[in-house]
Design a protein around this ligand. Structure first.
Ligand code: HEM
Ligand SMILES: [Cu+2]
Length: 641
């Protein structure tokens, strides 16, 4: 038997230096692979396994969000249609907004990070793998909670931002607003946890030599985004918790009649809500910064400028929230401040676009599908940015407030700024996830259908908006003459929706029949392409040592590697924050079913609390049991030097 077959005795420590390549790989696979069977699958802590589930779930929610949008658009395709009444329509646009923002956009960018960040920084798993698993279960059950409530005709109907007093106890009887409030707090727990794990992974688990000035721009983007999550999410969690207290316990935090403050809700919500846009957008810029150099075949122009503008955008995004509240009648000086800062943020964003264009200009880009989506992003996002600068001016904002002009603007920003880069990223990294290429021919059809469908659906919304068509109405009278243009919008929306069907078909087909990809099909320069596609459970047989920003371009033949890690237990190399010098070795968590139980306990508590505040007390017991199981120390004494 080879050395891989030998079982080390209690005291024996097996290190990668003791083994040849083949037995090293066998040992690592044995140590790191997710256990078999149902219980094994439910206990998984491998970041790639969790990320795949996360991505699929987020995609499923995108489909639900898209279906609700198509339903709304069919109802609005002509004047006085009777398909969907006002009550269902209110639930539909709320479910659409909530699903897109909380269950699709944020989770999908975080899931992409969970997959890519450990590979790109050259480590074997996320920091806090069990917490990451817990986050996924929390998110899944939060999403199911919202959609099951909707199916039971208990779906929230107060808009995705759930303003009081409409959502308060007086105007929002029943359980609908409670579902909204608890679901928000609950899914943001998951976002926060992933953000914390991402920050620690990036700061402490980077491969030796991957100093801060060599981190791939995508990883920088995820780092900044995770900090924005950590500062923004608590604000909305406070807003939703105050709301549930007002509704269920009878406090008067948002009730002006009792000395409460309605505007406080809007401040708290938008202190989160505006950065939220950047939580969605910043990772997308990171994706663009990964795709462009790979296709232009040259390093990114202006690395430092890009890093600084990422940080600037992250910080400035917190100074803009009041531009969502211009119509509430603010003091003049305050309004001017927020106008100025809203326009200011166009600067770092513009800078990023110039760096991207400069890189493309210098290189000889090959027009493949990922790059097509990047060009789609440029076009749509710049258009959305322009209407954004327009809306930042108070007089115009007051004119078009709550009209379809605003609906057009934010779909340009959200879909141009996030969905198009995400689609490009899907084509770009699909080979890493599956070992196969996506079909280029279908990809082009997909792109053009999406691009044309998108603009046909959302450009005319600017026009009806300027004509005065309000948002959140389930119908309109025919005398206003908005019928034809709305029909056009609906046709565009259906075409845009169909482009996702085409995308799904391409995904399915390519996953089984696509051309085999190899490790590095695009000849890209960053570490995730240094390992097999799909990567083995342990990511890298030996931890790479990084000497350049694009390690695979610099050390073409063989990457230098670090050795000395144990292979009979899940050991990680921990490095210093700035220079990524190897610091200590640390054990990574083993698979466990307890994060799932903890998520069930926390979820049950949140759900039950809608019916009685006592749930918080009773729920503490199962939560405590699950946490004890989760953190129960493993008995075996570990000798450390
Ligand atoms: C198939 C693509 C989509 C279509 C056809 C679509 C259509 C619509 C429509 C018609 C409304 C307005 C409903 C109304 O005010 O009466 C709306 C609202 C909204 N959409 Fe979309 N949308 C799509 C994709 C997205 C995506 C990808 C996002 C986010 C990433 C998004 C975010 C929102 C938000 C936040 C609202 C506001 C909901 C509210 O007023 O509370 N949409 N969408
Ligand atoms: Cu904003």
């Amino acid at each position: 038997m080879s050395s891989a077959g030998t079982v080390p005795t209690e005291r024996q420590r097996l290190r990668d230096t003791d083994l040849d390549r083949a037995s090293l790989e066998r040992w690592l696979a044995r140590t790191w692979t997710t256990p078999r069977g149902l219980v094994g699958a439910l206990s998984a802590v491998d970041h790639k396994v969790i990320a795949r589930r996360y991505l699929l779930t987020a995609f499923a929610f995108l489909c639900l969000g898209g279906l609700s949008a198509v339903a709304m658009r069919i109802q609005l395709s002509g004047p006085e249609r009777g398909l969907i009444g006002p009550d269902l329509y209110n639930q539909l646009f709320t479910m659409h907004g909530v699903t897109m923002m909380f269950l699709f956009a944020v989770p999908i960018v975080q899931a992409t990070g969970v997959y890519l960040v450990p590979l790109m920084v050259g480590t074997r798993n996320m920091a806090f793998p069990r917490l990451t698993a817990f986050s996924f279960w929390i998110y899944l059950s939060g999403g199911l909670f919202a959609w099951v409530s909707f199916a039971l005709n208990m779906g929230p109907d107060i808009g995705w931002f759930g303003y009081v007093p409409l959502s308060g106890p007086e105007f929002g009887p029943g359980k609908r607003a409670d579902v909204w409030a608890q679901m928000i707090t609950y899914t943001e727990v998951s976002s926060l946890a992933v953000a914390v794990a991402t920050i620690v992974t990036i700061f402490k688990q980077r491969a030796p030599g991957l100093s801060l000035d060599r981190i791939p721009l995508y990883v920088w983007a995820m780092l900044v985004t995770s900090f924005v999550v950590v500062f923004a999410m608590p604000a909305v969690m406070i807003a939703s918790t105050f709301l549930i207290l007002d509704r269920l316990v009878g406090t008067h935090i948002f009730n002006p009649a009792e000395g409460g403050d309605t505007l406080l809700f809007q401040h708290l919500f938008w202190f989160f809500g505006h950065p939220e846009v950047y939580i969605i957008f910043l990772p997308a810029t990171g994706m663009v910064s990964a795709i462009i150099p790979a296709f232009a075949r040259r390093p990114m122009f202006g690395y430092l400028a890009l890093v600084l503008s990422l940080i600037a955008v992250g910080i400035l995004s917190f100074g803009l929230w009041v531009h969502h509240m211009f119509a509430t009648g603010l003091p003049k000086l305050g309004a001017s401040f927020f106008t100025a800062s809203s326009m200011l943020i166009a600067l770092p964003n513009g800078l990023q676009i110039f760096c991207w264009l400069a890189t493309l200009w210098e290189g000889r880009p090959v027009m493949k599908t990922p790059l097509l989506f990047v060009f789609g992003f440029f076009f749509i996002f710049v258009a959305g940015g322009l209407t954004g600068v327009m809306l930042a001016s108070v007089p115009l904002d007051l004119q078009v407030h709550d009209t379809y002009f605003v609906v057009a603007h934010f779909h340009y920003v959200l879909i141009g700024g996030s969905v198009f880069p995400l689609l490009g990223a899907a084509y770009f990294w699909f080979p890493k996830l599956t070992g196969r290429m996506m079909s280029e021919r279908l990809g082009r059809w997909h792109f053009w259908l999406a691009f044309i469908g998108f603009n046909a659906a959302f450009f005319p919304m600017h026009i009806v908006g300027l004509q005065g068509m309000p948002r959140r109405v389930y119908t309109y009278p025919s005398e206003l003459g908005w019928g034809n243009i709305n029909l056009f919008i609906t046709v565009g929306a259906v075409a845009f929706f169909l482009s996702f069907v085409l995308f799904a078909a391409n995904l399915l087909r390519s996953a089984s029949k696509g051309e085999p990809a190899g490790d590095n099909p695009w000849s890209a320069g960053t570490l995730e392409w240094a390992t097999a596609s799909p990567p083995p459970s342990y990511n890298f047989a030996r931890i790479p040592v990084v000497t350049h920003r694009e390690p695979l371009w610099a050390d073409r033949e063989t990457l230098p590697v670090a050795s000395g890690l144990r292979v009979d237990v899940r050991e990680l190399l921990i490095s210093t924050i700035a220079e990524a010098k190897p610091d200590i070795r640390e054990k990574s968590a083993t698979p466990s079913i307890w994060p799932l139980f903890a998520a069930i306990a926390v979820g049950g508590t949140f759900l039950y609390s809608i019916f009685t505040p006592w749930a918080v007390i009773w729920g503490a017991l199962p939560i405590a049991v699950a946490l004890i199981g989760w953190f129960w120390p493993k008995g075996s004494p570990e000798d450390e030097e």
